[in-house]
Design a protein around this ligand. Sequence first.
Ligand code: SAH
Ligand code: SF4
Ligand code: F3S
Length: 441
Amino acid sequence: MKRYHVTTFGCQMNEHDSERMKGMLEGLGYAEAPEQRDADLILFNTCSIRESADSRFLAHLGSAKKVKSQRPDVVIGVGGCWAQSLKEEVFARFPFVDVAFGPGQIHRLAEFLSSDSLTAQGYFEFEGFAGHLPMKRSREHQAWLQISVGCNCNCSYCIVPSTRGREASRAFEELVAEAGRLAAAGVREVTLLGQNVNAYGRDLRPRSSSFAELLHALDAVDGLERIRYTSPHPKDMREDVIRAHAELPSVCEHIHLPLQSGSSAILKAMRRTYDRSRYLDRVALIREHVPDCALTTDIIVGFPGETEADFAQTLEVCEEVGYDGAFTFVFSPRRGTAAAELTEGLVPHEVKVERMQRLVEVVQRRAHERAQRFVGRTLEVLVEGPSRTDPTRLRGRSRHGKAVNFAGLAEPGELVMVDIRAATSQTLSGEESLVARAVGG
Ligand code: SAH
Ligand code: SF4
Ligand code: F3S
């Protein structure tokens, strides 16, 4: 039996695409190899969001090349955003790669592998969803549900529109049916995926739908206890979506709302299409309808033209909002993007590093403060397995998206109530409650 090995880089969308690749390969009779060196087919699902993502992948590709020099019949395949952004150039630069394909061409992998001659081939046209492909889920009780692909935004720093193409939504009924199948198979939590999830449905014909309508339909699916989604765009964060968090029992009290910068001037240069005050209005609306909602964000430091005053405004927004967590990135110029062409106001490396340190200090301090609101409360936790640091304890996640380590006897996939005793910026800890019972648990 032939064996495959997949290494995944990048976002949740890629993790999900990899599950589809694995499902498809197993359908072709391949089995998963624990290590790259044992595999007949070495696959990479790549990311190009920042330069660091590229370099991490290239190091891995180097080790695959070594495997192939010892066993020339090994097939090397490269899928995902890096492949899409280079297209045919992949083969010129890395002649040992046998097949390269973009995120919209995952299904072509099967065609390639079942063809008679495995000569170098590239597949880069956008052809649609991996949605109908079989999938090998990495977690039994949690699943991704890809609701749309692509991005119609034009953020000046971002490579994604060129790697994932135009926005396209999957059919409403198809998604509800898939959610039903997942729930019937024991999935309790789904995370809806899209580059811009809350733009969902506008392109659907003959009748468009909205993201809020989708949340309502999925909430009605029996057995599905939790719904999450990532990432929404602040410009499309409408009141009907925010209300869904308050009204629908399965929609979790957590919103990831990427800020990118707290300065309106920088937001404009980033082409984010909202300014600081519109962003803060969204936050206020969320807090009005869902006071306990956890808010997380993405922030870029050192965008070209970012002055000390601009950066100070990012710190201010972080102080004011008090995020429960944030992903912070140093600006990285990406091939083909408008921001990579900017030559004025470039922020020196030391300044970026220093700003990043100050930002992380504020984010962590505020997240730590915010997390204290959970101490003394009893929270519903979806059990994932043993704690990574102490195998005698369990690990799971609260509805707010917080990691919880706790003492208890529950099994993975159970929803249990946990008395929270302590909180850091990243994790909560506690004990399984002896009195409270989870609704679905
Ligand atoms: N579609 C999502 C996520 C895009 S990528 C969204 O719009 O929210 C995830 C994050 O990577 C972005 O939110 C941004 O903060 C960061 N990012 C994207 N391009 C970047 C670049 N060129 N340099 C640094 N960070 C970047
Ligand atoms: Fe990139 Fe902007 Fe689209 Fe997000 S919304 S994927 S940051 S272009
Ligand atoms: Fe990376 Fe593509 Fe996701 S560039 S972050 S894998 S959409």
